[in-house]
Design a protein around this ligand. Structure first.
Ligand code: DGT
Ligand code: CA
Ligand code: CA
Length: 572
């Protein structure tokens, strides 16, 4: 049994408990356990054999016994008992926008709905609309949500899933002796937020050896196509293409298969205007048979008299013109990032203490972090009230004293913007904090004007420094609030409020296109991990990629600034 399988069982328990309306602390302890187990770097089966399961953060004796039962028998009696009360199949209903735990429970109890298809039916035959607090608008939203899930959920996967798999396979191919070049291409190289299929490229003089390794990676991969220069394997519905050419073709090969298609069309047009044709093998002179080989990608752009274009920009959104005028942006890089302004600890729903989060940040080379636990009206996350915020202050001070000048630790909050637009804390308290984040987590399905006004209210508050994950979307799951983004961007620019690029691969919010829009209006941005676990601090690069796709430079990203400059900017 894999760690992720065990984690999934615990996540199911947490969700079933939540639907049942169980004690919040119990729900959270299973959620935390699921997170810790899924991300645990060593195999749990090995740990259990050594009797060391309780050394994992968040795993006490009772949970360790449950893990043991799973490893020994492949089942968990506790989950089986819960599933007798509430069928497991209804968990998929939670993936639909507008379906929270309470509604899922209601449709099951009142209508006997326990699958997507049954919910679809109930929505369309009118029975769903008979439930309390369920107007026709909600019903329509649910129908749309089911449709979105059906198309979105099966077609494309998140970059956060595709990139690690692509890197894992690439590493195996790179190790082969005859491989001179190997790279990820396609939308993964461009770091699009969702991926249709993975594209891998290899330059070698021994294609057979490469293909044979690629088509025998393991039983989880189905071989869909096995050719001399092109093969395709499939893992759980996700396709992985591999193309192999000799090293002399590498530049044109990687340029061609990185795309995007729109960018390639522009490159070919430009080639044509210069009397050339361009494909994955080479440039060819149109009036003769002469070929121009490009061993590197830089060569391709040089032939076209263009500056090399970073893959994240290759969408035909002005990058060709910029490459022509030598005015491409100096994009933000992971190395530019100095701090992380949004993270959680065990004070609310995080898995690690302030000290552990700070130490992990130091290990990643961060110069500053901000501890931003949830505020009290987000009960599900064990949010802090005023009293606990004050208590947290001494905790943070202690860690500052202990770590000295290794890192700056700011004390902040991720404060709820409540459904009626009021904020969780009074101005006095906000004034006393180093950094104030406001966030909309609930009521995201409110009408456009209402949900936008709530956000604008937070932006206009002089104590609010930043808006977290501004649209509230979860990729592939819910589209986020129906915000008037122009109004929000205008207000953020005018008030100097920072908008976040949340680096979690399920969020990437602001998304690339809004990043670009915000920058065009002079909005300051921050790229934060929103880590609930020490390991999640490593997800920063996904946010950086999103920033790059939105043409962000270091000057636009406040947490790439020196500490003193950041402090000056937020206390202004
Ligand atoms: P995806 O897989 O939907 O996330 O997006 P891409 O960009 O990875 O698209 P994919 O896998 O169809 O092709 C990889 C790149 O190869 C694409 O960006 C441009 C290039 N390419 C080569 N031949 C074709 C073609 O016939 N059609 C398209 N659409 N792209 C092609
Ligand atoms: Ca692809
Ligand atoms: Ca492909």
């Amino acid at each position: 049994m894999k760690n992720s399988d065990i984690a999934q069982v615990f996540a199911q328990v947490a969700t079933l408990l939540e639907i049942r309306g169980d004690n919040i602390h119990r729900v959270l302890s299973y959620k935390r356990a699921a997170e810790n187990l899924g991300e645990y770097p060593e195999e749990l089966t090995k740990l259990s054999a050594a009797g060391e399961l309780t050394s994992i953060p968040g795993i006490g004796k009772a949970l360790a016994e449950k893990i043991q039962e799973l490893i020994d028998s492949g089942r968990l009696t506790y989950l089986d008992n819960l599933a007798e009360e509430i069928p497991l199949s209804i968990l998929e209903l939670l993936k639909i926008e507008g379906m929270g735990p309470k509604r899922v429970k209601l449709v099951y109890q009142e209508l006997g709905v326990k699958s997507l298809d049954e919910l679809d039916e109930a929505a369309k035959d009118g029975s769903l609309a008979t439930l309390p607090k369920m107007g026709q608008k909600s019903v329509d939203k649910i129908i749309a949500g089911i449709q979105a899930l059906k198309s979105f959920g099966t077609d494309r996967v998140k970059l956060g899933e595709a990139l690690p798999l692509a890197e894992e396979i690439l590493e195996k191919l790179q190790k082969l002796p005859a491989v001179t070049n190997a790279s990820i291409a396609g939308s993964v190289r461009r770091r699009k937020e969702t991926i249709g299929d993975i594209d891998l490229l290899v330059a070698t003089d021994d294609p057979e050896a490469v293909m044979s390794t690629f088509t025998t990676l393991g039983p989880e991969f189905e071989v869909a196509l096995n050719g001399p220069t092109k093969s395709r394997i499939v893992k759980k519905g996700l396709g992985i293409d591999l193309r192999v050419l000799p090293a002399e073709n590498w530049g044109t090969l990687i340029s061609y298969f990185t795309g995007s298609q729109a960018h390639n069309v522009r490159l070919r047009e430009r080639a044509k205007a210069m009397g050339l044709s361009l494909n994955e093998y080479a440039f060819s002179k149109i009036d003769s048979d002469e070929k121009i080989l490009c061993p590197t990608e830089e060569d391709v752009y040089r032939v076209l008299e263009l500056a090399w274009v970073p893959p994240e920009l290759r969408e035909d959104k002005g990058e060709i013109e910029a490459a022509e005028n030598d005015s491409l942006p100096q994009l933000i890089t992971l190395d530019d990032i100095r701090g992380d302004l949004h993270m959680h600890t065990t004070w609310s729903d995080g898995s690690h203490t302030v000290l552990e989060m700070a130490q992990a940040a130091i290990a990643l080379g961060r110069e500053y972090i901000c501890i931003t636990d949830h505020s009290y009206s987000l009960g599900i996350a064990n949010g802090l009230n005023e009293e606990r915020i004050l208590a947290q202050h001494s905790d943070i001070q202690q860690v500052r004293d202990q770590l000295g000048d290794q890192i700056h630790i700011l004390h902040g909050t991720e404060m709820e913007v409540r459904n009626d637009g009021r904020l969780d804390f009074e101005d006095d308290l906000l004034e006393s904090l180093d950094f104030v984040i406001a966030a909309v987590h609930t009521g995201l399905s409110q009408p456009r004007q209402q949900v936008t006004d709530r956000m604008l209210g937070a932006i206009e508050n002089p104590h609010v420094d930043m808006i977290a994950h501004p649209t509230g979307r979860l990729i592939g799951r819910r589209t986020g609030g129906d915000f008037d983004m122009s109004a929000i961007i205008e207000a953020a620019a005018r008030t100097g409020t920072i908008l976040e690029i949340n680096a979690h691969p399920s969020r990437l919010d602001l998304k690339d296109t809004y990043v670009r829009m915000a920058l065009e209006h002079g909005v300051k941005l921050a790229i934060n991990t929103d880590a609930h676990h020490v390991d999640q601090q490593k997800l920063m690069h996904f946010g950086v990629s999103t920033g790059r796709r939105g043409w962000a430079e270091p000057k636009n990203i406040v947490n790439s600034w020196a500490y003193d400059d950041l402090i000056q900017s937020i206390t202004m």
